[in-house]
Design a protein around this ligand. Sequence first.
Ligand SMILES: C[S@@+](CC[C@H](N)C(=O)[O-])C[C@H]1O[C@@H](n2cnc3c(N)ncnc32)[C@H](O)[C@@H]1O
Length: 258
Amino acid sequence: MKNAKVFIVGAGPGDPGLLTMKAAECLRKADVVVYDRLVSEEILGFIPRHAEMIFAGKAARDHAMPQDEINQTLVDLAKQDKIVVRLKGGDPFIFGRGSEEALMLAEHDINFEIVPGITASAGCGAYAGIPLTHRGLATGVRFVTGHCRDGHHLDLNWASLACPETTLVIYMGLINIEKISAELIKAGLPADTPAAGVERGTTPDQRTVITTLEKLPETLAKAELKAPSLLIIGKVVDLADVISWKTHAHESLLNEPS
Ligand SMILES: C[S@@+](CC[C@H](N)C(=O)[O-])C[C@H]1O[C@@H](n2cnc3c(N)ncnc32)[C@H](O)[C@@H]1O
């Protein structure tokens, strides 16, 4: 294991232009890349031909490779003295299970590095014109999962989440949206709080719907938003009316995401 190293790399939310230079350098050096479903085709195109590619899957309820198997694969590949890139959507440490993989590598005394990526909330917020904080509208932001381990009910601390001064960003929230909306309103968040759903944020297929907390389940269903979609709830959503540059801009100085 003289040369072995595992890079746990965040690929960002989809637009290849949002890949960090460090992530691109890791891909160039890789002997093998273990990648998730959420990594876009364009980003996979950065992987050199000589590198072996292993698909690890990962969709809520549909794990192509169970997490234990992914962990073991990383250990086995490192033991073959390889440079391994574990490529994940968004940021590896935000609902990405990168920390579980890092713990396993540390347990086996394997050299590793974490390369952060742009998380979906930063990407979707920016590309939908929804700042996650804004003076006078939101003093903070909370990242929350809307999906629990299989067989477990979504049981969040609704009272602590129902704060009108905080933006709520919900990952993997589509499946439980009825419950999320109802519980937040029951806990005191006004029913007319602005709310958005962003599907495939930062990609050319991005779709955004804007409504209120109360109408969010109905609006998402009508628009047939599918995973991966992110929900953003809070007064900041109103700003999209004015600063959703992707729909307003006629041209960009940089290339549009391909
Ligand atoms: C398992 S989590 C992984 C999050 C990832 N580690 C990150 O930092 O963005 C998957 C969820 O992230 C959100 N997500 C990831 N990429 C997205 C995108 N391009 N547009 C909208 N939501 C996205 C969705 O809520 C999706 O169900």
